[in-house]
Ligand binder design. Structure first.
Ligand SMILES: *[C@@H]1O[C@H](CO)[C@@H](O)[C@H](O)[C@H]1NC(C)=O
Ligand SMILES: *[C@@H]1O[C@H](CO)[C@@H](O)[C@H](O)[C@H]1NC(C)=O
Ligand SMILES: *[C@@H]1O[C@H](CO)[C@@H](O)[C@H](O)[C@H]1NC(C)=O
Ligand SMILES: *[C@@H]1O[C@H](CO)[C@@H](O)[C@H](O)[C@H]1NC(C)=O
Length: 621
């Protein structure tokens, strides 16, 4: 039944648009092409250029061009086929020897860029097109490559190298010191913070029992790891859009398919991460308030503790992004993908230090997922401040949060209406995804904004108060039949909710969009809350599954994984040829990314995150 409804919905959405056959699409000039990069530049006279060209018909009428134009005008689901992307080895492709085969000569022009345009134009003429240059990413010669390989390391690279050495030495010294001093109570906390065996135990140790109020939350770790897995899968898809793909038709179809809609709507999941952070913050503070009076004066301490936890790893990865990341691969697209982010990492380093990287230059991305850290931090501060202020008056607090929740939803909707911000489901067009939404203010100003996450934060706080009150009154929700049923239905409902995107796509009026923006992500968070509450209270299969010990170890590495997977995936997907893609290829990249990321995350967590946290805490407190 549900499937039929879905099917009808799908037909209703897409049945109206003209379908293009594969024959038609294959008559278009290839959207992407890359000549062999290494081979080209290995030759002494090698010249390689990468750029974008606009096609116009060389003579009229031109039926293929008209078809391409109509095809490209449907930009919500198609790449712009009149704008082609080329990486040409000029020294091979347009050398006079090659052109002699065609009985042609080309005026070489004054610069490689001019030759690049003429060369591309020459090849497009065969298909009756005129190609004019839109932008040149670079033209490189053999000597440029030699120069680059002999370039002395930049100061950023030197600093990063020394930081890595310092961390390794600290770990060696700390481990030896800790071993020698044994159980001596007087041993230096600063040095023994870097003990590898002790930190390894911290990563893998699973405490059973303990405070039952904390133990109830265990399944959340599993849910978080799975949600992170979904995020990395979505990114594995997005990343394929950024490279030169032989079958762009697959990517175009993906944006319209059901799984594509899940991927665009799944971006709400990030709000659920914020919600969980605020929930944990509120809940832990409320528990703490039974031991000690809380007050707003504790806020700086809370902020410090959190900064100490996230900053070392965050800066390490941003530092890596600014320096060594660029050297992990060599190929024609490295400088336009990794290089672009790497440059942002250098220029935006300080905004990362102060966690304002989603506000300053928000259209320049340095390791894309790092935008989440400032959002999470800002919401954390808010949750802390509210809880520290209102912990005595919990009833009043919940009412206030409810009001603030609705107010912030309406605020989001209102601002979206005024500034015409679109929700993700409309933004996810092939050309936009290809540029990771750089040119879209809906993404850089709304999606990445901290205020967009306000509703999620208030939901988290409300959930914390509910859970706390239930514990206090010793109410087990598993005693309530209706809740048990509700809990088991929320998992399917979570997936069905994402399907509202199918419906939303049909309606593009500003008002509908504003309402959708206001309530789509909060609603997702609310459903997620019911899931969480069920997992906390109902000792069923879902709780058992998510309480698996492995999840908990993985959850401890989630901070590193959240940022690092982007670097790993970009490096993996950065092949030096144009390649074909499919669901299988994406899954393969996703598996490889997860495997490598978790393997690297272990040393980062054990050698950097945990010891730095202990070290700085020993230093300050
Ligand atoms: C596609 O590219 C052409 C230039 O080749 C441009 O004029 C046109 O506006 C683009 N179409 C869309 C829908 O962006
Ligand atoms: C080039 O010119 C030669 C001699 O005029 C001719 O035999 C050959 O077929 C031409 N080749 C092409 C590709 O036009
Ligand atoms: C120090 O290392 C030795 C040899 O590996 C080991 O037997 C001993 O348990 C270690 N001591 C501590 C305190 O870790
Ligand atoms: C720790 O230091 C105190 C005073 O410096 C000393 O009395 C005590 O014996 C030391 N404890 C150990 C285990 O070395």
């Amino acid at each position: 039944m549900a499937m039929t409804t879905v099917f009808i919905l799908l037909l209703a959405t897409f049945g109206s648009a003209r379908e293009y056959t594969d024959v038609e699409a294959s008559s278009f000039p290839a959207l992407f092409h890359l000549d062999d990069y290494e081979r080209c530049l290995a030759k002494e006279d090698g010249v390689y250029c990468l750029g974008t060209f606009d096609l116009t018909p060389a003579q009229l009428p031109h039926t293929t061009y008209d078809l391409m134009k109509a095809y490209s005008d449907e930009s919500y689901r198609h790449f712009n086929r009149t704008r082609i992307h080329r990486g040409y080895c000029l020294s091979e492709r347009c050398s006079s020897a090659t052109l002699a085969h065609f009985n042609t000569t080309l005026d070489l022009g004054d610069s490689p860029e001019q030759l690049f345009e003429r060369c591309t134009n020459f090849y497009m003429q065969a298909e009756n097109f005129h190609a004019s240059i839109k932008s040149v990413d670079y033209c490189r010669t053999h000597s440029d490559i030699i120069e680059a390989s002999e370039r002395p390391p930049t100061s950023a690279e030197l600093i990063f190298k020394n930081v890595v050495y310092a961390l390794i030495i600290a770990n060696i010294v700390g481990t030896i010191y800790d071993n020698i001093s044994g159980d001596n109570l007087n041993k230096s906390k600063l040095l023994s913070a870097f003990s590898i065996p002790a930190n390894w135990r911290r990563l893998t140790f699973i405490r059973e029992g303990g405070d039952p109020r904390q133990a109830a939350l265990v399944p959340m770790e599993g849910i978080r790891v799975m949600a992170l897995g979904f995020t990395t899968y979505a990114h594995a898809n997005v990343i394929h859009f950024m490279f030169h793909i032989k079958n762009p038709e697959y990517l175009e179809k993906l944006t319209q398919r059901l799984d594509g809609i899940y991927l665009s709507d799944g971006t709400s999941l990030i709000q659920a991460f914020v919600m969980m952070t605020c929930f944990l913050t509120g809940y832990n503070l409320l528990i703490y308030s039974q031991k000690q009076e809380l007050g707003l004066y504790m806020l700086p301490l809370c902020i410090m503790k959190r900064l100490i936890r996230i900053t070392p790893v965050h800066l390490l990865i941003v530092g890596f992004g600014a320096t060594w990341w660029l050297n992990t691969r060599d190929g024609p697209l490295v400088s336009t993908t990794i290089g672009l982010e790497s440059e942002a990492c250098t220029t935006k380093f300080w905004s990362h230090v102060f966690l304002v990287n989603n506000i300053v230059d928000s259209d320049k991305y340095c390791v894309v997922p790092t935008w989440f850290l400032p959002v999470n931090m800002h919401m954390y501060i808010l949750a802390c401040a509210f809880t520290l202020l209102l912990w005595r008056r919990r009833c009043f607090a919940v009412r206030l949060y409810l009001v603030l929740f609705f107010a912030s939803c309406l605020l989001n909707g209102f601002v979206a209406y005024m500034k015409d911000y679109r929700s993700m489901i409309y933004l996810a067009t092939p050309e936009q995804i290809r540029r990771i939404f750089r040119d879209s203010s809906s993404f850089t100003e709304f999606y990445l904004s901290s205020w967009g996450a306000l509703p999620a934060c208030f939901i988290g706080l409300i959930l914390a108060h509910i859970q706390f009150a239930l514990n206090e009154r010793k109410i087990k929700l598993s005693d309530y039949k209706w809740f048990v049923y509700l809990h088991y239905t929320t998992f399917p409902v979570l997936f069905v909710w994402a399907l509202t995107g199918v419906y939303a796509r049909e309606h593009s009026s500003s008002l509908f969009n504003a309402v959708y923006i206001a309530f789509d992500r909060p609603m997702f968070c609310i459903i997620m809350c019911v899931c969480l509450m069920g997992a906390f209270h109902i000792d069923g299969p879902i709780r058992k599954f998510y309480s698996w010990r492995g999840w908990r170890t993985m959850a401890r590495m989630s901070l590193t994984v959240m940022m690092l997977h982007w670097c790993v995936d970009m490096t993996i997907a950065n092949r030096s040829v144009a390649y074909g893609t499919s669901a299988i290829d994406m899954v393969v990249d996703w598996c490889a990314t997860n495997l490598i990321t978790y393997v690297i995350a272990v040393p980062i967590t054990v050698l950097v995150e945990i010891p730095m946290q202990r070290f700085i805490e020993a230093l300050i407190f």
